[in-house]
Design a protein around this ligand. Structure first.
Ligand code: SF4
Ligand code: SF4
Ligand code: SF4
Ligand code: FES
Length: 966
């Protein structure tokens, strides 16, 4: 007897080898088991399973074309017909659920004849160009023709057909060849059910059924967001990746992890030798379950772009040609400069910045280099400028600096509260999952100054959009909590059993004060009190209420307060510690969680343990054979200040582009220009590298082994697909730099770095590459108590303690609109570009967003005489830049919005030095500005364009460059 297992819930160690098999229809969630017999084999499956799936589990493979196990059964092709004892005719097995005692026959001459007839009809309307078709060898139609034993087509090919169907090549990554379409509608259903965009429809009926991209003519002009779900679903070559058309079929595949956002999608890299020809989302990836967005799926060409720098380079000063040198010379040059600086300016005059784009192992090594070799704690991470308040705020309340759930958990949420996040643009695969839950009936509340897509998407609408003024999150979240207390909606049992009573009593007294009521805070937030009360009731009364938040929460002067206020809200309503609830920070970059976990902050060793803690220090001192500094080091903004002051002279910057991503660009430029030795390790000459003296070529995620940790705390393997273009993987560069500085780091493989992390970090105690191979991925904590990891946190306690309520008084940001700067600028991301754009700008994604624009409300535009496309000067207290105007109702009057994906946009020229009170996370989301119509880019933009041109020339001259002997 074969007993059904569910690959999604059963531990991976109990799963069979072939998890990629398409079982035809989605799994049933029923706990009631049903016994049936298929072709004489006894099978036990959950009630609601289709006959097709039950058979597939038993390795009885019924032919199918319109069915796929990530889509609801549709029953259109009739190829999966079977005979069932006691039932008339030959029902489609994909749409027939199992019944207790059912006896099914999948093969007999009658069934075979029917299937051959079906296939004959398909093939008679299909171009017979298999040998030259890009899908040859990877085509379900071809496979099914073989499976049913089709040998001849009796109808001929002269009749009415679709063989002259047109090809739509408008999308940069895939094409649509109508002549090959069998109208199975898998693409339409994938776009609806998996992606949730509803860009495709099936037009016409019967023979005239054709796929249409709505009222538009082609894909590029349609609502399509290029996620690739339809391409994956298509059983023929109708929808095919252009890379497959150009290169042919892959010869092998390797599973790895996307290097873009914090969703951490798992991908199957399809390869020809060392060349990646396609990235296909991995069906077994627990973060993405076979789905992807345009970036991970298609925008991987940057990794082998001609702009890659693959040789080390050095120069004396930044107005000099680069000189290509050997690794040895570059490292010796860097080491001498760092040593000289420390000798002259003291031990604390150098430091390093780690990157959330790099692996856990690489990040761990950089902080080890700083602490063990530089002998200080001057290491910080780019998480400083995005989610450092999450680390602080969640540690202070929930006792752990991490989100509490799996992404999958949202499928159990009844009410979802999104604060300051835009999942469909910034975390698209999670956005799609969320939309599918909303289509099932979950309710949505969005708190955002701007109208994000989720507020009104096809078949999903937010119940409440709390359109608050930028910078007033704390007042708004406090008001939500006030309503819960005021209306007696708190979860008294949860508070009593799980939370610290003293902190609750104090907080209760604080939050019940009338100054936190929606009516009182309306003045501050601009949010209607009735709507806010209704939203609070909706969340608090939900069986399961889940909160998701993003940089719209953290990147504020009260970022940490907002995070703590969110934790308060979840605790007071009892929404922690089970499926469907929780506090979920949507991390920006792929490894933000990991870079924080790995001890990248200047005050914390790996695992969030303070450097002043002697016993933790001792542990590391013994392993590393050094003595460690007990004083926290400099944060990134402190490094800049110290550099301008003349005390900080040397920086090792791995994979991070601070010149573009950090606020108040002119201040950053001044700090960088003041240093004697900037070592940039990157794959491109990024903006920071223009200020560098040493360039160490980096390796892309395709060229190395390692791990990333996503927003769910999920550690996933990054696997080497090709040799490192520069000859060294990033971790090897750090090891080599340590060696020339006189410290040996002895690793043969990144797995050994992970073993060291596991030895020294209790939450990672059970993590190893071996276990990752067994389980696929692991959510930390993973140790002796939880060897399979921890999908949901705080199920019984808050890491051995009680949850602590925090007082979160609203304090207005000093960044206020006034008559000189009457508008508030807020920033965000767009789907097709990623962060500073260094990767996506070097891909075809440019077709969707080749410049940053300023969204401005029609009233504000009219006041300034602005039309769409006009240059608009944006001046703040920090600086001036200019962008083209996009007049949009998405922003409210008084608020303007832009993205920061292009260096010359200078979005950060206008953002200020204001930052979070606890963590110094910059206040990117609130800048008071004036916007005026101008004729040309700003002076900064003109000067920076000239600087960039000079730097390009220094790069071009790299082999003719001279450098003084040091
Ligand atoms: S690529 Fe994605 S969004 Fe576009 S049509 Fe296909 S499934 Fe829909
Ligand atoms: S494009 Fe592909 S998936 Fe869509 S209906 Fe045609 S054959 Fe089916
Ligand atoms: S959602 Fe994020 S991790 Fe997934 S494919 Fe897109 S960019 Fe990559
Ligand atoms: S696979 Fe069942 S009807 Fe097409």
């Amino acid at each position: 007897m074969i007993t059904y297992y569910d690959p999604k819930t059963e531990p991976a160690v109990n799963q069979p080898a072939d998890l990629t098999k398409d079982l035809g229809t989605p799994p049933s969630k029923s706990t009631v088991q049903v016994s049936i017999q298929i072709d004489g084999v006894d099978i036990v499956v959950p009630e609601g399973t289709s006959v097709l799936r039950a058979a597939a589990i038993a390795d009885i493979n019924i032919p199918k074309l319109c069915a796929s196990d990530n889509l609801e059964a549709f029953g259109s092709c009739r190829l999966c017909a079977v005979e069932i004892e006691g039932m008339r005719g030959m029902p489609a097995s994909c749409t027939t659920p199992v019944r207790e005692g059912m006896k099914v026959q999948t093969q007999n001459p009658k069934i075979a004849k029917l299937r051959r007839n079906v296939m004959e009809l398909y093939i008679s309307d299909h171009p017979l160009d298999c040998l030259t078709c890009p899908a040859n060898g990877d085509c379900e139609l071809q496979d099914m023709a073989g499976a049913v034993g089709l040998r001849e087509v009796r109808y001929g090919f002269e009749g009415k057909n679709h063989l002259d169907g047109a090809t739509d090549s408008s999308n940069p990554y895939f094409s649509f060849d109508d002549s090959k379409c069998i109208a199975c509608s898998r693409c339409v259903r994938a776009c609806e059910e998996v992606q949730g965009t509803f860009a495709l429809t099936m037009e016409g009926r019967g023979f005239d059924s054709r796929i249409s991209t709505g009222q538009n003519n082609n894909f590029i002009e349609s609502d399509c967001v290029s996620c690739g779900a339809c391409v994956q679903a298509c059983p023929t070559a109708t929808l095919t990746e252009k890379s497959i058309i150009d290169n042919g079929q892959p010869d092998h595949s390797i599973i790895t992890t996307c290097a873009y956002c914090g969703v951490g999608c798992s991908f199957r890299a399809d390869m020809q030798g060392d060349k990646v020809i396609r990235m296909v989302p991995d069906k077994n990836g627990k973060a993405n379950q076979g789905h992807s967005c345009v970036k991970g799926r298609f925008a991987f060409g940057y990794a082998t772009h001609q702009d890659r720098i693959t040789s080390p380079m050095i120069r004396d000063n930044i107005e000099q040609d680069w000189r290509e040198v050997s690794w040895e010379e570059a490292l010796a040059f860097a080491a001498k400069r760092l040593n000289d600086i420390q000798e002259e300016h003291g031990r604390n005059s150098i430091g390093a910045i780690t990157s959330s784009r790099c692996t856990n192992e690489e990040t761990y090594l950089v902080q080890k280099l700083v602490r063990a070799v530089f002998q200080n704690n001057n290491v910080d991470t780019c998480a400083r400028v995005c989610h450092s308040p999450t680390g602080y705020g969640l540690k202070a309340t929930l006792n752990e600096s991490a989100g509490t759930q799996t992404f999958e958990s949202v499928m159990e949420a009844d009410v979802v509260l999104i604060i300051g996040a835009n999942p469909t643009d910034a975390h698209p695969v999670f956005g799609s999952l969320l939309k599918s839950r909303l289509r099932q009936g979950a309710k949505l509340v969005v708190a955002d100054p701007r109208s994000i897509d989720l507020i009104d998407s096809p078949h999903t609408k937010a119940q409440h959009h709390l359109k608050l003024r930028p910078g007033t999150n704390v007042a708004l979240i406090n008001a939500l909590a006030h309503v819960i207390i005021d209306e007696g909606l708190e979860d008294a049992d949860f508070i009593q059993s799980r939370c610290d009573d003293a902190s609750f009593q104090q907080w209760y007294k604080h939050i019940q004060d009338q100054r936190h009521s929606p009516e009182s805070t309306m003045e501050i937030t601009g949010v209607d009190a009735t709507a806010l009360r209704a939203a609070a009731r909706l969340y608090a009364n939900a069986e399961n209420g889940a909160i998701y938040y993003g940089l719209g929460v953290t990147e504020h002067s009260q970022g940490s307060s907002s995070v703590m206020a969110i934790a308060n809200l979840a605790m007071v309503s009892g929404n922690i510690g089970r499926e469907g609830v929780g506090v979920n920070p949507l991390r920006g970059q792929n490894n933000v969680q990991g870079s924080c976990d790995m001890g990248s902050f200047p005050h914390e060793l790996p695992g969030y343990r303070h450097v002043s803690d002697k016993s933790t220090r001792n542990l590391f001192e013994q392993e590393w054979d050094v003595s460690l500094d007990c004083e926290p080091g400099l944060r990134i903004p402190n490094m800049f200040e110290a550099a301008i002051h003349g005390d900080f002279k040397g920086l090792y910057c791995q994979g991070e582009d601070i010149a573009q991503s950090d606020p108040n660009t002119q201040h950053v430029q001044k700090a960088l220009s003041a240093m004697k030795c900037i070592i940039v390790q990157d794959i491109f000459l990024n903006e920071t590298a223009k200020y560098a003296h040493v360039f160490l070529p980096g390796s892309s995620f395709m060229e190395k082994n390692g791990t990333f940790t996503n927003a769910e705390r999920r550690i996933s393997r990054v696997r080497k697909l090709m040799p490192a273009l520069a000859g060294k993987e990033d971790w090897q560069v750090t090891v080599a730099l340590a060696k020339v500085l006189g410290y040996e780091m002895n690793y043969e493989h990144p797995s050994e770095i992970m073993d060291e992390i596991a030895r020294l970090t209790p939450t990672f105690g059970g993590v190893s590459y071996e276990r990752l191979e067994q389980l696929g991925s692991i959510q930390w904590p993973c140790n002796e108590k939880t060897p399979l990891g921890t999908p949901i946190m705080h199920t019984e306690d808050f890491v051995g303690e009680k949850g602590k309520f925090a007082i979160t008084e609203y304090v207005a940001t000093p960044e206020k609109a006034n008559k000189h700067f009457p508008l508030l600028l807020t920033t965000g991301r767009i789907l097709s570009q990623y962060n500073v754009g260094a990767q996506t700008r070097r891909t075809e994604n440019q077709v969707w967003h080749d410049e940053d624009v300023l969204e401005i409300h029609p009233n504000d535009a009219e006041d300034r005489g602005l039309s769409d496309g006009d240059w608009v000067g944006i001046a703040s207290r920090a600086g001036t830049t200019a962008l083209r105007a996009l007049i949009s109702q998405r922003v409210q009057p008084g608020v303007v919005y832009t993205t920061f994906h292009h260096p010359l946009s200078g979005a950060n020229v206008v953002t200020t030095d204001n930052s979070d009170w606890a963590t110094n996370c910059p206040e990117y989301k609130v800048t008071a500005v004036q916007a005026t119509k101008v004729d040309e880019p700003s002076q900064w933009q003109a000067e920076y364009a000239q600087f960039s041109q000079r730097q390009a020339k220094y790069l071009k001259n790299k082999n003719g460059g001279e450098i003084a002997k040091t």
